[in-house]
Design a binder for this molecule. Structure first.
Ligand code: NDP
Length: 408
């Protein structure tokens, strides 16, 4: 049991942690004392670095983008660029989005017909109360727009508040608004259990589509991609992996732009299961000589708010993409997801996913086992030609090269 850890000075926190865990914290590369992050989270220890790279050739609605991606997974950026390049040759992606958030006021009791009646009659008044809780949102053209009542079961209902949060993701704004509505209902003797944003952002959907002439991929590959997408519609085991590939691309851009990837992940998967069965977020069909790809998912990303304003890297990344607004960002992100999906499906149905991954996998393995940077290129060539790409062979190659280096 550790009591009051957060009240200790940073020095005492580090001493306590080192003492209790036997970890030599001086080995941490960066115990940044002056990091802005110490004000951002609780019990700050250090910064955790991840690689950032750029995907190229992504064309969306007639504009070309350099897309910053933050990911630790080899081959994600290569695959995104590869998928994007194929689609660019076919005219690029077309994308559009809607952007409203949903907040819930959850009510239980026996007189729900009365509550429903009250809410219907007081709709306008309740929307005004919500807007009064954050008037500046209305001033910039957004704000609470409407209310609707959903019956959940015989003694529970959700009063859904629909809010335009403009350039912000809006979690805090919506929470303030629904809490104001909650107070008003409580004052009118209605039994409110809780009031909070919903991450099933199905009023903030983004759709991206592309049409690729089948001869660009080969007729057989195009048909097989379409078949692969059918599997993801009928089998949750395949759908989960299908969507993981999509999220490889989506999360990487969501993170690079300082957005809340847990919100995007939870919304995407809930949306994938909206029919009652978990399905692929994208579909591919061959229609009149074209492979038609389509993805739809909730993408309530933001260009302001949350940590974006204090994250210089996120702001630089938004500038690299020349993003003007949150809708445009969502459209780029959905397109990256579809590009990622195309590259992965193409690899799976043709040479198999491992072939393309082999060099990157060999590289990671060699780095993990301490290959000298100067030997890396040669070592990768040796390992991909070895009988198996595994730790034993990686170590053998590193030893051979070390010996050669010392002999020379
Ligand atoms: P903020 O609380 O940072 O709010 C953003 C603020 O930016 C707005 O309230 C507004 O303040 C200001 N702003 C300036 N320009 C604009 C503009 N053009 N459009 C809109 N707002 C503008 O963030 P959010 O409310 O967006 O909430 C996101 C954060 O909440 C994320 O960090 C997320 O991780 C976290 N969160 C998520 C939850 C979830 O997903 N369930 C739950 C709770 C928190 P003003 O009007 O005063 O100028």
């Amino acid at each position: 049991m550790v009591d009051g850890y957060h009240k200790l000075t940073r020095k005492r926190q580090l001493e306590l942690l080192a003492q209790r865990t036997n970890v030599d914290l001086s080995k941490l590369t960066k115990l940044a004392v002056d990091s802005i992050h110490q004000h951002q989270i609780e019990n700050y220890l250090t910064d955790f670095n991840l690689p950032e790279g750029i995907a190229v050739n992504l064309e969306v609605n007639g504009r070309s983008y350099f897309v910053p991606m933050v990911t630790e997974e080899p081959s994600v950026i290569a695959a995104a660029s590869n998928g994007a390049k194929i689609v660019q040759r076919a005219g690029g992606f077309t994308a559009h989005s809607t952007r409203l958030m949903v907040g819930q006021v959850l009510v239980s009791g026996t007189d729900l017909a009365l509550v429903k009646n009250y809410v219907e009659k007081q709709k306008q008044h309740l929307v005004e109360i919500a807007n009064a809780a954050h008037p500046s949102m209305q001033a910039r053209g957004g704000g609470a727009q409407s209310l609707q009542v959903r019956e959940l079961d015989e003694d529970k209902l959700s009063i859904d508040l629909i809010v335009d949060t403009r350039e912000a993701m809006g979690a805090n704004t919506v929470n303030s608004m629904v809490e104001a509505v909650k107070r008003e209902l409580l004052a009118n003797q209605i039994n409110v259990d809780m009031a909070i944003l919903s991450n099933l952002a199905d009023h903030a959907l983004t759709e991206a589509t592309c049409q690729i002439p089948v001869e660009l991929l080969g007729e057989e590959v195009a048909e097989k991609i379409s078949l692969a997408s059918e599997y993801a519609q009928v089998d949750p085991y395949r759908a989960t992996t299908h969507n993981k590939g999509i999220m490889n691309g989506i999360d990487a851009v969501v993170m690079a732009t300082g957005n809340d990837w847990r919100a995007i992940e939870s919304g995407a998967h809930a949306y994938a299961a909206r029919s009652g069965q978990y399905r692929g977020l994208s579909t591919w069909n061959v229609v009149d000589g074209m492979l038609v790809g389509k993805i739809v998912l909730p993408l309530p990303v933001a260009t302001v708010g949350g940590s974006i304003g204090i994250n210089a890297q996120a702001q630089m990344n938004l500038k690299i993409m020349q993003i003007q607004n949150a809708k445009q960002l969502a459209e780029v992100i959905a397109s990256i997801g579809l590009a990622q999906n195309l590259a992965a499906l193409r690899a799976i149905v043709s040479e198999g996913i491992q072939q393309g991954h082999m060099r990157l996998q060999a590289k990671s393995l060699l780095i993990e086992h301490g290959v000298a940077e100067t030997d890396l290129e040669v070592a990768v060539n040796m390992l991909v030609q070895a009988e198996r790409i595994d730790s034993k062979n990686a170590q053998k190659i590193i030893e051979q090269l070390r010996k050669k280096d010392t002999d020379e």
